[in-house]
Design a protein around this ligand. Structure first.
Ligand code: ZN
Length: 291
């Protein structure tokens, strides 16, 4: 089996005057294809600062051949400059084009804005889909604070969100995506289908931790749904508030095995649950307004 791996991670504050250029990326992550495996093997990323270790370790344990594409990331700040994104996108295109792969495994943030482009991950997934075609599975892990778009859902075969904040399960979610890719390639799942819902809310980040708050309740509900037959994964996303785009805010993505109606039903029930928990997400804001 031959798999391509790549990462592009940035949480962009739409309203900040700061921008992210290549120099800012180089301070955090800017690895070309020849550097990726050595730099990321065994990296767990606990706390949310390292990506691809779960993919590399799983692939090497299984004897899969890895085709590294590119890995870029920077600290949260303002939008990524047009030139920086163009450079990264071109690297993805150049390093993936012509490669015969059985699957593509990506690690993206999901709340990246580029100057003049609100949905950077949707754009990158579109480009990758154009290169590999419809038959090659494309799977991605996203941050819990992703603003998931319909375009991302349309272009990817499977989207996994972190289950934790602070982000302690980066590695495990990558390994889970590997397991699904393996099942797809071996024919052990019929066809993953996704459904996304987005209740009309925008939460402050302060109360999106997954221990002892409303996100914990959403995660417990997601795990319960995952026990049902044909349900592959349920990811509630907290969203990222400081993003000036339609997809900003909490959402839920459900992956089911060739069962679109089931995915839709669960995603809608999860959206209702998020809506009903809204007071708990705003609890701290209300407290802070008390005289
Ligand atoms: Zn996050």
């Amino acid at each position: 089996m031959r798999i391509a791996i790549g990462a592009f991670s940035h949480e962009s504050h739409s309203f900040s005057k700061d921008t992210v250029d290549i120099q800012a990326m180089r301070q955090v992550l800017f690895d070309d294809k020849d550097e990726i495996i050595e730099n990321h093997r065994g990296v767990r990323g606990d706390g949310g600062g390292g990506w691809l270790g779960g993919y590399i370790d799983y692939a090497e344990a299984c004897g899969w051949e890895i085709v590294p594409i590119f890995a870029a990331g920077a600290y949260p700040s303002g939008p990524v400059t047009r030139e920086t994104y163009a450079y990264i996108k071109n690297k993805f295109i150049k390093n993936l084009t012509g490669e015969q792969v059985d699957g593509v495994l990506l690690h993206l943030h999901g709340a990246c804005c580029v100057q003049g482009l609100d949905d950077a991950e949707g754009d990158l997934l579109t480009e990758i889909r154009n290169i590999v075609g419809e038959r090659v599975p494309v799977l991605t892990v996203l941050d819990l604070h992703a603003n998931v778009s319909e375009l991302m859902v349309e272009k990817a075969d499977a989207i996994y969100g972190y289950d934790t904040y602070p982000h302690m399960d980066v590695y495990e979610r990558e390994q889970e995506a590997c397991q699904l890719l393996e099942k797809i390639v071996l024919g052990n799942v019929a066809k993953p289908v996704m459904y996304r819902t987005q209740p009309p809310l925008l939460f402050p980040a302060i109360y999106t931790q997954t221990k002892g708050g409303p996100m914990e309740k959403l995660m417990e509900k997601a795990v319960a749904y995952e026990q049902e037959e044909k349900v592959i994964n349920v990811s509630p996303f907290a969203g990222y508030y400081a993003s000036d785009k339609r997809e900003a805010g909490p959402s839920c993505v459900v992956i089911a095995d060739n069962a679109p109606d089931l995915a839709e039903k669960i995603a809608k029930e999860m959206a209702t649950c998020i809506w009903e928990l809204q007071d708990e997400f705003f609890a701290i804001c209300r407290l802070s307004r008390r005289p």
